[in-house]
Design a protein around this ligand. Structure first.
Ligand code: ADP
Ligand code: MG
Length: 440
């Protein structure tokens, strides 16, 4: 024994014969194996118990729910084996297309027939589980896989979404470019939540938490930054609504209708559109409040009419306050009309049907314009709709133009058809771009 009274290690080993040593190692290995087996069994049993517990016999969708659960389990096991990539900086492409899934809401969670059918597996990959039936009536899942620049899951905040979508475009307008950011998707999927901020009441939102305000906040900080302060830029904001082929100013109480004119040089002008000078975020919040109240005034429900119009919020950078001069840069942020009406041809109301086909057309033309931009094609079909006509200067100019589309989706089983339509549309927007031809 040494001074501390501890048997020296070497001494202990000497007490054991080589045979005894092997036996101890064997025993330890055996114990470890047993422990691992027990753990695996326990995990399996727990999973089974969980599945059985959730398999509510009264729920007509329990089989589907179970198939989705197994799919997720498998994917998460597979992912654990592959290393997760390090955090990348935001992408800097000319066209960014991403998807955002909102969480199931209280009503959906309480509905036994509702089910989350969207799995986001990684930062750019998602799967939509569509329940189908074989001819022999056996249920199965058709899993539709999609890849976008980013896929934001239900836990992502507005600030996080902003970071990877609109924020990378702010510098671009300071460098003399034009930028657009579109929120696309069915009514109720989260377009207004994302652009305007979290809802705190029926028509009330926390604007600070929306992309409109976050973008202007960053614009103000860049105006003062050493890189751009010498440009002496002033910031202006407009907010208007496009309803069918009519344009309404949202910054004037009473929502006056505005004329859209195209001059001989193919410059499009929204005549009389209010452009308010803003000095700080507070000014912008006041404008947003005014615009939102003008937009929804007289409506019985938050979604009744606003879901049938496109809302356009613009941040304009100018070197002087003359609004006839071409701006230094412009950022248009658009809360698009709900895309669900394209399929809705059996509405009894003729006006609703006409509105539906009008919205449908404007969204199709928008898609073609972005695709043309991606192909760097000289022909832009912007005259096909009021929306693209008004945004014309944000589509021409080659590399001076950048755009971002956020496709919003509802996670529920009841929305699966609309969700697939939304994702297919977004897929088409991206598919022909120069970016997408570069192998990942
Ligand atoms: P849209 O403008 O596409 O019709 P909304 O933005 O009005 O949809 O959202 C519909 C409802 O869902 C609102 O009550 C909103 O608060 C809620 N919602 C949308 N997106 C989210 C989200 N990411 N997190 C929490 N709630 C959301
Ligand atoms: Mg909305």
């Amino acid at each position: 024994r040494n001074q501390a009274g501890v048997m020296p290690r070497q001494g202990a080993e000497q007490l054991m014969t080589p045979n005894r040593q092997d036996e101890v190692v064997l025993q330890i290995n055996k114990l470890q194996q047993q422990r691992e087996r027990r753990r695996e069994l326990y995990n399996r049993e727990r999973l089974l118990r969980e599945q059985q517990m959730n398999e509510d016999p009264g729920n007509p969708n329990w089989e589907i729910a179970r198939m989705i659960r197994l799919h997720r389990q498998e994917m998460s096991n597979a992912q654990k084996k592959t290393k997760t990539a390090a955090k990348e900086p935001p992408k800097e492409h000319q066209i960014i297309v991403c998807v955002r899934k909102r969480p199931l809401n209280q009503k959906e969670l309480a509905d036994k027939k509702e089910l989350d059918v969207v799995s986001i597996h990684s930062r750019d990959h998602l799967v939509v589980h569509e329940p189908r039936k074989h001819v022999n009536l056996v249920k199965f899942l058709e899993n539709h896989s999609f890849r976008f620049d980013y896929a934001f899951n239900e836990n992502c905040s507005n600030a996080f979404v902003y970071e990877f979508t609109a924020r990378p475009l702010i510098r671009h307008i300071f460098d003399g470019g034009m930028a657009t950011c579109f929120a696309y998707g069915q009514t109720g999927s989260g377009k207004t939540h994302t652009m305007g901020g979290k809802f705190t009441g029926r028509n009330q939102q926390n604007s600070l938490d929306g992309i409109y305000a976050m973008a202007t906040r960053d614009v103000f900080s860049l105006v003062e930054s050493p890189a751009y302060v010498s440009l002496n830029l002033r910031v202006f904001c407009s907010f208007f609504e496009i309803y069918g082929s009519r344009v309404y100013d949202l910054l004037v109480t009473g929502k006056p209708q505005l004329k859209v004119l195209e001059d001989g040089h193919q410059q499009v002008q929204v005549v009389g559109l209010t452009e308010n000078a803003v000095k700080n975020v507070e000014d912008v919040l006041n404008l947003l409040d005014l615009g939102n109240s003008v937009r929804t005034s007289g409506q019985t429900s938050a979604n009744s009419k606003s879901s049938r119009s496109h809302a356009v919020f613009q941040i304009v950078l100018r070197k002087s306050s003359s609004i006839t001069e071409r701006p230094h840069g412009k950022f248009s942020l658009i809360d698009l009309a709900g895309n669900e009406r394209g399929a809705d041809n059996n509405s009894v109301d003729r006006l609703t049907r006409l509105e539906g086909s009008d919205i449908n057309k404007s969204l199709l033309v928008l898609k073609e314009c972005i695709r043309a931009l991606g192909r760097q094609s000289a022909h832009l079909p912007f005259r096909g709709s009021k929306l693209t006509q008004v945004l014309r200067d944000s589509f021409i100019g080659g590399k001076k133009v950048k755009t971002c589309m956020i496709a919003m989706i509802s996670p529920g089983l009841h929305s699966v058809e609309h969700t697939l339509n939304t994702l297919r549309y977004a897929d088409r927007v991206k598919e022909l771009t120069v970016d997408s031809l570069i192998p990942r």
